[in-house]
Design a binder for this molecule. Structure first.
Ligand code: ADP
Ligand code: AMP
Length: 223
């Protein structure tokens, strides 16, 4: 049975969630975004959510053991049996190591790491205009507005600005990305898994390149 086990990587605001909507639809992959899982825990008011919120609001990473536990649990489900798309995980070398061990135990391997890159100035523009629905659907007030201002096209819920999308928190999140997550670029390059994409063009154009690469990875896995 062919499997597509993929990671979407890139700085906050590069367009990972935007592209994931298209990828999951076209390739039928279950999607696990640690940011979305953590925000759901915050909304539900669980102990994990309350603890995680402190780090998220400060623009820091939530401790490795918390997010590793969430992803290992997700990958062990029936839903993830034939493949998955991870977004926002791993973000540190210990998380990448833990993912590698978990996959090895399941007798599986990664097919590819899709890195979406965008310059910091573009990211600040994107994040300042980002609005999200309760289900995590992403819009932009200028670049990708909903049909009716402030309302999700899909489920009609009110769009909000994320607590951690304030300019000072965004700058902190970018610094954390450069410091703690960019070492993973060389990590996955050394494993021959890295595919880089320019995230600056409009979403449809970025997606064309992603789709072509993922189609190739799927054909290689089936061969
Ligand atoms: P990430 O998941 O990487 O944090 P998002 O997908 O949420 O990023 O995108 C951040 C913001 O930028 C959103 O408001 C989104 O609508 C917008 N956006 C995403 N991709 C592009 C693009 N290629 N061009 C312009 N705006 C984009
Ligand atoms: P995101 O939705 O990917 O932008 O993530 C929002 C916030 O959730 C981050 O700024 C972190 O505080 C936290 N977070 C998400 N994924 C991880 C991860 N893999 N490791 C640590 N913290 C994470």
């Amino acid at each position: 049975m062919s499997q597509l086990n993929l990671i979407l990587m890139g700085p906050p605001g590069a367009g990972k969630g935007t592209q994931a909507e298209r990828l999951t639809e076209d390739f039928g992959l279950p999607y696990y975004a640690t940011g979305d899982l953590l925000r759901a825990a915050v909304r539900e008011g669980t102990e994990l959510g309350r603890e995680a919120k402190k780090y998220m609001d400060a623009g820091d990473l939530v401790p490795d053991e918390v997010v590793i536990g969430m992803i290992v649990e997700a990958l062990g489900t029936d839903e993830a049996e034939d493949g998955f798309l991870l977004d926002g995980f791993p973000r540190t070398v210990p998380q990448a190591d833990a993912l590698g061990r978990a996959l090895e135990q399941l007798g599986r391997r990664l097919n590819g790491v899709l890195l979406i890159e965008a310059p910091d100035e573009e990211i600040e523009r994107r994040i300042s205009g980002r609005r999200v629905s309760e289900n995590g659907r992403v819009y932009h007030v200028e670049f990708d507005p909903p049909k009716t201002e402030g309302v999700c096209d899909v489920d009609g819920s009110a769009l909000i600005q994320r607590d951690d999308d304030k300019p000072e928190t965004v700058r902190k999140r970018l610094a954390v990305y450069h410091e703690q997550t960019t070492p993973l670029i060389a990590y996955y390059e050394d494993l021959g898994l890295l595919h880089s994409f320019d995230g600056s063009p409009p979403p449809a154009q970025v997606y064309e390149h992603l789709r072509a690469t993922v189609s190739t990875l799927r054909r290689e896995d089936e061969a």
